[in-house]
Design a protein around this ligand. Structure first.
Ligand code: DAH
Length: 342
């Protein structure tokens, strides 16, 4: 019997050496200490074959072996568990000082950013935003704006007609008529919108965005227009930028002006962007034609107005140095990522 005790002990001592985890310790321990099938437990069943006078000492020896084995396994289990914990700590270690992964968030489209910026500037001056219509009828888009059917100025815009009467808005200027029909002066509105023309090259797209401005009140003059536009270009292109008005022609304004902004690239000295002139053309504007006021039931002897139309693609391209309008429509992430004014 003593031999058997020795064998079991040796088996435990040898077996323990190869154990790598607390789970393996548990499984190995079961082979010896399991109540029913464990090798040490089974020794007790030998009791009946033992001479009665040796039974007490046999029982004690089995118990000693059991205690010894339990102690060995408990010790080993503890070491394994603490090793495992250390391993886990090492694996799951977090460097709280490490900078986090950069999170990329989406941007508003450059045109939307520009639209919001312009709305901000003019809201600050008391302008109210109104919606434009993408489908207009001929009267609002042209006739009421002093551009009757046979007017040569209709050729300035290549119109998409939907029917003899309806068309895709070629300009946001129709908002002037809708507004003046709906309310009486004082009027101060801004109308952002999509407009459509059959035109397509590096600086033109069949669909683009405009922002119409209209102010009607007593004694509105070109000075008011210049003051507002100066403030606008300073906010968009930076302090120190200014505007210059050049005579032009639009049927719905008289006088009409083309507005140039002083070159924000060279400060007016002359560079590639301004083609050496120090000025860049950005928008059309003027004093609302008396006929347009009269068409809307506003007395031109009492009231006067100013109007302007900003091409959003144009001002955006200038601001970010984009030379092809298609870049604003292709949604190339590499381009969009560079333009974030949010
Ligand atoms: N509607 C003009 C265009 O699309 C732009 C414009 C010019 C609007 C002068 C105006 C204005 O309100 O006064 O070319």
């Amino acid at each position: 019997m003593n031999e058997k005790f020795g064998e079991i002990k040796q088996e435990i001592v040898d077996g323990i050496k190869g154990l790598q985890s607390s789970k393996a310790v548990y499984e190995f321990k079961k082979q010896f200490l399991d109540n029913k099938a464990g090798k040490i437990g089974l020794l007790m069943k030998e009791m009946k074959n033992i001479a009665p006078e040796e039974r007490a000492s046999f029982g004690k020896s089995v118990n000693d072996l059991k205690e010894w084995a339990q102690a060995r396994f408990a010790e080993l289990d503890e070491t394994m568990k603490s090793l495992e914990l250390e391993r886990r700590y090492a694996e799951e270690k977090i460097d709280v000082t490490e900078p986090g992964a950069e999170e990329k968030s989406g941007n508003l489209h450059p045109i939307t950013q520009m639209r919001n910026e312009i709305i901000d500037v003019f809201s600050g001056m008391g302008f109210e935003v109104v919606e434009n219509k993408e489908i207009e009828n001929d009267y609002y888009n042209f006739t009421a704006l002093n551009t009757p059917k046979d007017h040569p100025a209709r050729d300035m815009q290549d119109t998409f007609y939907l029917s003899p009467e309806y068309l895709l808005a070629t300009q946001t200027s129709a908002a002037q008529i809708h507004t003046m029909e709906a309310k009486k002066p004082p009027i101060k509105i801004l109308c952002p919108g999509k407009v459509f023309r059959s035109d397509d090259d590096a600086t033109h797209s069949p669909m683009f965005h405009q922002m119409e401005g209209l102010v009607v009140d007593k004694k509105i003059t070109l000075c008011d227009l210049k003051g507002m536009l100066d403030e606008f270009v300073q906010k968009i292109y930076g302090e120190g930028t200014t505007t210059r008005l050049r005579p032009s022609y639009f049927p719905f304004t008289e006088p009409s002006v083309e507005v140039d902004v002083s070159c924000f690239e060279c400060g007016g000295k002359g560079c590639k962007l301004c083609k050496g002139t120090g000025w860049i053309e950005i928008l059309g504007a003027g004093i609302v034609n008396r006929k347009v006021l009269a068409n809307c039931g506003i007395d031109p002897d009492q009231y006067s107005g100013l109007a302007f139309g900003i091409g959003l693609e144009r001002v955006t391209m200038l601001k970010y140095g984009i030379n092809n309008i298609k870049l604003l429509f292709e949604s190339d992430i590499k381009v969009l990522e560079q333009i974030d004014n949010n």
